[in-house]
Design a protein around this ligand. Structure first.
Ligand code: UDP
Ligand code: MG
Length: 326
């Protein structure tokens, strides 16, 4: 692994990004060329786009770019597998040729100028560099609130996840090789990578508004990611259920003894409200507990299938240099 002038692969996941691609490609190329001329990265560095089964003409645009310019590469997934799997596919393809890989959104909302600092941290010896956003001023109120609640929840549940770190991140070839050993289907990179224990550092960057097209992270996709994050990184919800169950068990024994004593003392008070309240509460709690258990059972089921996380339809990469990194 070359720490001085590394081969950098930028991985950009794209889902229906037709409006953004051309613009981003120009910017990315410019940035890479500048870094090459400054001697910060190798001339074999590339921008590797991953088409996550887009339904618009993203893929044909990508192929057009790749055909005309060796600085670009394209990995096409056979169907939409989601952002996490798309970046995984990109990183796993890139690690065969690159010393370092940086993942960044294709809309370039994350400041690409921070790249120099990422690479600098790598030359100083880091294998993992996390991009942390400076503030959330470009987010709406709803996203701000849900994000901070979510990070709070994740910390309470014991997952070592960095607040305000999305997937703008540098991984060295060494870290990527290690990451390839993790076979889980239920992929949540933000939670997983900190557990690998490499020397790491952070880089702060600004987030801009999206310039072209709309967000591809629908509420459903966001909820799924949030849920994957919790269930893949923590089994504490299951412990909480057991603890609540145990407390309720103790209370019911006490209540049982109390009712019996009352019965034998002849104090038969009509307790309609209490009964309804208790049975509703218990029913509700049981349903919620079953639901949580169900989430985990479902995830276990998915994991036991050992299905591939994604299927690569095609890879276009040219002029990758004579050094085979494997
Ligand atoms: N993305 C993807 N697959 C999906 C959804 C999104 O590869 O199923 C990509 C998308 O093209 C973009 C990145 O993930 O490059 C982040 O998505 P987006 O910018 O829409 O999310 P936001 O910035 O609004 O959170
Ligand atoms: Mg975006």
């Amino acid at each position: 692994m070359n720490r001085k002038c590394p081969v950098l692969y930028l991985v950009l996941p794209c889902y229906n990004e037709s409006e953004t691609i051309d613009h981003s490609a120009v910017k990315v190329k410019e940035k890479l060329q500048r870094m090459v001329s400054e001697g910060k990265i190798s001339p074999y560095s590339k921008a590797l786009f991953v088409d996550d089964g887009s339904k618009d003409d993203t893929l044909s645009k990508l192929h057009e770019l790749t055909k005309n310019d060796t600085v670009f590469g394209t990995v096409a997934l056979s169907s939409n597998r989601g952002h996490q799997n798309a970046i995984m596919a990109g990183m796993m393809t890139a690690r065969k040729f690159a010393d370092i890989v940086v993942t960044i959104d294709a809309d370039l909302q994350q400041d690409i100028e921070a790249l120099d600092e990422f690479v600098l941290k790598f030359t100083e010896g880091c294998d993992v560099v996390y991009g942390i956003r400076n503030d959330r001023s470009s987010d709406g109120f709803f996203k701000k609130m849900t994000a901070s609640a979510y990070y709070g929840l994740m910390h309470t549940l014991g997952a070592s996840i960095m607040t305000n770190h999305a997937d703008y991140r540098l991984l060295s070839k060494r870290a990527l090789d290690m990451l390839s050993e993790y076979k889980e289907t239920n992929l949540f990179l933000r939670g997983l990578i900190p557990t690998m224990g490499f020397q790491s550092d952070v880089v702060y960057f600004d987030v801009k508004e999206r310039e072209f097209g709309k967000s591809k992270y629908t509420l459903k996709k966001m909820l799924n990611l949030a849920l994957d994050g919790i269930t893949s990184m923590s089994i504490r919800p299951l412990h909480i259920i057991s603890a609540i169950g145990f407390i309720i068990f103790l209370i019911s024994i006490a209540l049982g003894i109390f009712t019996l004593v009352e019965f034998f003392m002849g104090n038969n008070i009509p307790g309609y409200t209490t009964s309804i309240f208790v049975s509703l509460l218990m029913g509700g709690m049981t349903m919620v507990s079953l639901g949580i258990m169900g989430e985990y059972v479902g995830k276990v089921y998915m994991e036991t299938k050992h299905r591939p996380r994604y299927l690569i339809d095609s890879v276009v990469l040219k002029d990758t240099g004579d050094v085979d990194k494997e």
